[in-house]
Design a protein. Sequence first.
Length: 493
Amino acid sequence: MDMSKSQKLEIRGQRKGFLFLYCLMTSVFCLLLLQLEDVFASQEILKTSKVKIGEKVLLTDLIKGLHEEGKAIVLVLLSNPMQCTNCDSVVDFIEGEAKRYKDDVAFIVKGGQDMLGAMDEETVTLKRLYGFVTMGEPWTFVIDKEGVLQKIFIGRFTGKELEDIFPISVPAEIKEFILTVREGEINLGGNKAMVWTYNGTVPGPEIRVREGDTVKIKLVNESGAKHGLFFHGLSVNPRVALQEQEIVVDPGYEYTYGEFIAKPAGTHLYHCSWNMAEHLSRGLYGAFIVEAKDEQKFDKEFVYILSDWSSKVSKGEEHYGAGHPRTMLDNDITTINERVITGDNPIIMDSREGEKIRIRLANIGHLPHTLRFPGGFLITHEDGYIISVTQERESLTIYPGKRYDIVITATKPGRWPFYHSIVMPGGLEERLMEVESPEKSHEGHRHESPGVSPGKSPGDSPRKFNDDHEGHTRELVKEVPILVMSVTGGGAK
């Protein structure tokens, strides 16, 4: 039977519809196969020896030139722009990272088309060398300064992920400080005592720098006595070490000490270098903190300097005066920073439950100060040096010139006191009298604490904390609260 013209047109339209649907389904199937092939290929590429993480990679002339300049490389190979969903965001991200890293890392972005349609010969070579396939995402190869492949990112990645591979180094700075010595008075248990101050305070202002910073300090003497400077625990260069010993600044004069590099990291002190026994007993000291390049972060940090004073000297009843070896055993007043400790006025350390707290402790006095915290603490540093194995303690005796870093975790709400006392071990009195004799007062304060060698952890030393001394002990100052950790609930911020 002959079909009408309209029937023929209808059948022809149906055939075209079926053909279009067939082609569409075939195209989708082919695209799915290609995507699966790319996924499988990506897994194989990560295994190929050409781009194996942890090994040196093949370098083109462009990358070789940048490596010769001492730069690390972040190489981004873009996919076909018709398929790439994250290319624009990755390129924008790379532009921002390039500003952060400046001259340390070179960022190279290549591609924008598939393997066959690459825009230049360099891109074709890079894609062949690194096994790049077009799978809808940019590929980023992170290569260190030695040419070793450290990481492959497919698609987006974060600045933190990149910084884990290439930590951003904060450039060292030149830090300048001025310390001005003047006469002053402090109240010691109701009696006015004559002191010298740095910039008007006892202790002097805290000096805080980063490891590797260049430090320059000027000493201005506006008092009526001679003074100098000593950097206790710091490793200064020979020029500054000689200045510490030989430079004395007369009244009305000033002197700028030579520059030195801040090291080692840790808790240190600065103090007067002239007639140390007396001048330290009259307030000329302060904290000198050198933060490590990889400084550990804590929720809170406190810095406390302990010292001891004589009530007889403050009343003018002592014949020999402050700092004399014959009077040091009469030191019956304890200060922590600027506060006189009487037992009913401890310093409050406010904290929140769960916070991790570092306390830097130093003893600038003449006597051994013992701190006891029933909750326990970790000793992490001694005289600025990391202890190889942290020690958990409930008490610690800090001898003259010593520094310790301790760490406490605020485990539960409440008020938790530190107790302080001064107990003289038997036989130590004679040793202190010898060390603190006037002719030996300078050598009694050295850069390195006894028993600690530069570069060696005090924790590895055969010397133990709080060495026991033979003989009868003598309690000079009874145990009273000196610090209180006040913990509130709610967790660390």
